[in-house]
Design a protein around this ligand. Structure first.
Ligand SMILES: Nc1ncnc2c1ncn2[C@@H]1O[C@H](COP(=O)(O)OP(=O)(O)OP(=O)(O)O)[C@@H](O)[C@H]1O
Ligand SMILES: [Mg+2]
Length: 232
């Protein structure tokens, strides 16, 4: 029998939804509407990887400054600054207007050269929309860009990647309608009204090579990071 090597996210309550962890080397889409907790999930994935497993992490944001992301993480008791000072985690902010023809190659090169184990791209949506390849915005150019980027990341053999995807509503998984098919897994975070109150929940929508849990779980942002609650 083939044994699938898995990496634990370290996020409380999550790993047992996916047979103990994400398949090593997989490319996961993290989909959700604004404010659902996608960035927090991505930062905690990187931070726990460094803290618990000594894994090298890279967080690339096209939307928020590194300070903004790390300050929010520190409010949740994720000591990302410590990991950064030890050189095990790196945050890189590339403003959307500075995305160039070289950006993708630079990212792939950095993943390989620095032997990164976990990478988060925040977000694939912003990268794809602002790439010079797609600026004319024909849908085919967008699709080709996304295929090419996801395949390059998948070929970077040692890295497990999380690509953040913006959605306009809770029914869709991406703006491009293609990344959800090419990525190996999809984690969908939902923010909806439950009896008047807004509350977050999480669903593993797809996970190749995994008998994944198929329930929708409450997701809580606590002062010690995320908790995915059991419903049993
Ligand atoms: N210290 C905190 N305690 C509890 N909840 C918090 C805390 N800090 C932030 N939040 C919640 O998390 C949300 C931001 O989460 P996050 O940045 O991960 O969202 P996102 O899904 O990345 O949004 P966007 O798509 O707009 O980037 C805030 O809107 C707030 O509701
Ligand atoms: Mg975000």
């Amino acid at each position: 029998m083939v044994v699938i090597e898995r990496i634990k996210t370290g996020i409380r309550g999550f790993d047992n939804l996916v047979e103990g962890g994400l398949p090593k080397g997989s490319c996961i889409l993290m989909s959700g509407t604004p404010g659902t907790g996608k960035t927090i999930f991505g930062v905690e994935f990187i931070s726990r990887g460094a803290e618990k497993f000594g894994e090298k992490g890279l967080y690339i944001s096209f939307e928020e400054s590194s300070e903004s992301i790390t300050e929010q993480a520190e409010q949740l008791n994720l000591d990302v600054k410590k990991h950064v000072s030890k050189g095990i985690v790196k945050f890189l902010c590339i403003p959307a207007e500075e995305i160039s023809n070289n950006t993708v190659n630079d990212i792939i090169k950095m993943i390989k050269d620095e032997r990164i184990n976990r990478v988060v791209i925040d977000s694939l949506s912003t990268l794809a929309i602002n790439s010079p390849y797609t600026v004319q915005n024909p849908q085919t150019a967008m699709n080709r860009f996304i295929y090419s980027f996801v395949n390059s990341i998948k070929r970077s053999s040692n890295v497990t990647s999380m690509l953040i995807s913006h959605t306009a509503d809770d029914k869709s998984l991406s703006k491009d309608s293609i990344s959800e098919f090419i990525c190996d897994g999809i984690i969908h975070v939902i923010y909806e009204s439950m009896g008047g109150d807004l509350s977050r929940s999480l669903l593993v929508r797809k996970m190749r090579k995994t008998k994944n849990d198929e329930d929708i779980h409450p997701l809580e942002i606590t002062s010690k990071g995320l908790v995915v609650h059991s419903i049993k």
